[in-house]
Every structure is written in C-alpha cells, then in structure tokens.
Design a protein around this ligand. Structure first.
Ligand code: IDP
Ligand code: MG
Length: 150
C-alpha cells in the first residue's frame, strides 16, 4: 500500500471546494488515514516545496500556499500516488482533462486547487512532514476494503 499527501490549497478553501475535493478521493476508494485543517507556516512551505526553491515562481508559490488554511489528507491505497494524481489532473488546469479536479475547477497554474505527492517515496516523506504518528489512523480496516483492494 502506498501513501500520498493531498493538500486542498487556499484557493480551493476560499472557493468552498474542500468537501467536493475530498469526496472525489473518498469515492475513488482511497483510504483516509489522516485529515486536518492547518495554516501552513513559511518554514513548512519551504520544506514542502524545497525542490522548487530555485524556480522563478517560488516566492509566489510560498505566498499562495500560506495565504489561507489548507486541508491536509493522508491517503493510503494500491498505487495511491498515481491514482490521486490522475484524479487531480495536469499541473496546468487549463490543459487538465475534464473530469479531473483541476480540469473541472481551475484555469491557472498558480491557482491549481490541490497538491498530490509525485512518488511513493515522496508520499511517505510528505505524510510524515504534515502528520505525527499519533495523528494518523494507520491501521483501521474498512469493511469495504476487500471490495476495493483485490
Ligand atoms: P504539481 O503540483 O502538479 O506536482 P509541480 O511542478 O510540483 O506541480 O509544482 C508545484 C506547484 O507549484 C504547482 O502545483 C503550482 O501550484 C506551482 N507552479 C508550478 N509551476 C508553476 C509556474 O510556472 N508558475 C506558477 N506556479 C507554478
Ligand atoms: Mg509536485
């Protein structure tokens, strides 16, 4: 089972889309093992987006992700990273497939509504950056699991 960190970004929070976005991952069958509302600090934003530190959009990205609270979700499932990124859609919302979150609700790259980890390794690291072990319900079994996971 893989883990992935999902963030409902500040623009989605301001637009009242948190429930709609969470619903899509839940309906897909991914298991919620962590869920909280938080205001991302500058320190956490710089750590989370460290790979983009040298990019020209880094400062605006940090300002964006710290501008309002976010909902952080830790999800678990088979191929969770790939499945979640398909549900999220392409980075540039104007080019994202209709039916994806970004393709249904977004237009611009700097307002793309949601984050999802890009590899299993980063999924595990990012979940650990946002959640302490005590905040996760890592071992609950759903009655439906045998009907979602083969
Ligand atoms: P991802 O969120 O689809 O994984 P990344 O390339 O990892 O995309 O970029 C992280 C975030 O940085 C994007 O989701 C977006 O919010 C922002 N971003 C990426 N490229 C640009 C850009 O060219 N201009 C402004 N913001 C950008
Ligand atoms: Mg990324």
């Amino acid at each position: 089972m893989e883990r992935t960190l999902i963030l409902v970004k500040p623009d989605a929070m301001q637009r009242g889309l948190a429930g709609e976005i969470i619903k899509r991952f839940e309906q897909r069958g991914l298991k919620i093992i962590g869920l909280k509302l938080l205001r991302i600090s500058r320190e956490l934003a710089e750590k989370h987006y460290a790979v983009h530190r040298e990019k020209p959009f880094f400062e605006s990205l940090v300002a964006y992700i710290t501008a309002a609270p976010v909902v952080a979700l830790a999800l678990e499932g088979s191929d969770a990273v790939t499945a979640a990124r398909a549900t999220i859609g392409a980075t540039k919302p104007s080019a994202a497939a209709a039916g994806s979150i970004r393709g249904d609700y977004g237009l611009e790259i700097g307002r793309n509504l949601v984050h999802g980890s890009d590899s299993a390794e980063n999924g595990a690291l990012e979940v650990a950056n946002f959640f302490s072990e005590g905040e996760l319900c890592a071992d609950w079994a759903r009655d439906v699991d045998p009907w979602v996971f083969e």
